[in-house]
Ligand binder design. Structure first.
Ligand SMILES: *Cc1c(COP(=O)(O)O)cnc(C)c1O
Length: 371
């Protein structure tokens, strides 16, 4: 089976983890702090706080920025549900924004449309742009809108560590940027996540919130607010440090490799390939097939031929819990189309041109027959 993607862990990571297991310092420790410093250096940002997952990063960002009951938060409809779950979990309400069918990201025009048609009683006070599949969202446009409407900006860069917009790392434009180290993401620590920010007070709040509300100011330990346990383990920190060193090379490999799919699928009737945006890191390569094809059938035939593919991301409004909001957002169109017609193809820096050619060739055969 050609898997959708494979975590890329080698002896170095295994040995680093073993060393931590033998040391006896398993929970948050020096390796996490070093990992934080190295991520901060890589992103060129002042503070990084590592946490237990990308979801924890989003949840804590909203709390640290004071978003809760009475607030409304702009979110893309096309994303992984964690983006929107975090909004619900703090008692705020989501305001759904449609995405661009070429980049799969929200656009300034769509954000403004959502702001101007919002009729809820909650005040729109934040936005969570997602850098979907490693594609940098238009942070120039988004930051301008945020300034105009006084919005907090929480970047969901779960899939986009290393992606850049105008030569600047995504995650570093907003009040906070959230990353995930789940095995499907660009680097992995098993589970894990990180939050970056340039604001000292936000970083301090995040550190307390992830660690039971503990503050160690003035040499004494105090529990100054009700916090969570969203800590990353020292074992994960040690693994992450090694993964991070490999990331620049992996991003280059992905940028080269994705051209194999582009060449094979570009001129194919009924297939749309993802737009090549400057600074994209290609965590996922998702195509869209036209409505003349039954997408789920194509995925299952690929599977029969030993190729694992998947839907790319969800339309959140199409999910059971969120259907209650669907009638409020009649303009959401492309997100649903991408959810119903998108196919994420096997893609990983360890794959070669030959593997991708096999996948592309099989896909072409299947589409010809299904037409
Ligand atoms: C993976 C992902 C998350 C959640 O990250 P976890 O580490 O799995 O909690 C959030 N948002 C997006 C866009 C993601 O792709």
């Amino acid at each position: 089976m050609i898997r959708l993607s494979m975590p890329n862990l080698g002896d170095e990571e295994i040995n680093a983890a073993a060393k931590i297991f033998r040391s006896g310092f398993l929970v948050h420790g020096e390796e996490c702090e070093r990992f934080e410093n190295e991520i901060a250096h890589y992103l060129d940002v002042k503070y990084v706080v590592v946490v237990s997952s990308g979801t924890a990063a989003l949840h804590l960002s909203l709390i640290a920025l004071g978003i809760g009951k009475g607030d409304a938060v702009l979110v893309p409809d096309f994303t992984f549900p964690a983006t929107v779950n975090a909004v619900e979990l703090v008692g705020a309400v989501p305001v759904f924004v449609d995405v661009d069918p070429a980049t799969y990201n929200i656009t300034s025009a769509n954000i403004l449309k959502a702001v101007n048609t919002w009729e809820g009683k909650e005040r729109i006070s934040a936005i969570i742009p997602v850098h979907e599949f490693g594609c940098p969202a238009d942070m120039t446009g988004i930051m301008a809108i945020a300034a105009e409407y006084d919005l907090k900006v929480i970047e969901d860069a779960a899939c986009a560590l290393g992606a850049r917009h105008c030569q600047k790392s995504v995650g570093t434009f907003g009040d906070t940027g959230c990353f995930s180290f789940h095995p499907r993401k660009s680097i992995t620590t098993g589970e894990g996540g990180a939050i970056c920010t340039n604001k000292k007070n936000v970083a301090e709040k995040l550190r307390m919130l992830k660690n039971h509300g503990m503050s160690k100011k003035q040499g004494t330990t105090n529990f100054v607010l009700p916090g969570y346990n969203y800590r990353m383990t020292n074992v994960q920190g040690a693994i992450g440090r090694i993964q991070l060193r490999k990331l620049p090379d992996w991003i280059e490999k992905r940028r080269k490799l994705k051209k194999t799919y582009d060449l094979l699928l570009n001129d194919l009737d009924g297939v749309t390939i993802p737009k090549d945006v400057e600074g994209h890191t290609w965590q996922t390569y998702m195509i869209m097939i036209s409505e003349v094809f039954d997408r789920n059938h194509v995925i299952s035939v690929l599977r029969e031929r030993g190729i694992e593919s998947n839907i790319g991301a969800q339309s959140i409004l199409s999910q059971e819990f969120y259907k209650k909001y669907d009638s409020l957002f009649p303009g959401i169109l492309y997100s649903k189309r991408l959810f119903n017609q998108g196919i994420a193809l096997p893609f990983c820096q360890t794959y070669d041109k030959k593997t991708l050619t096999v996948v592309g060739t099989e896909l072409i055969k299947i589409l010809r027959r299904c037409h």
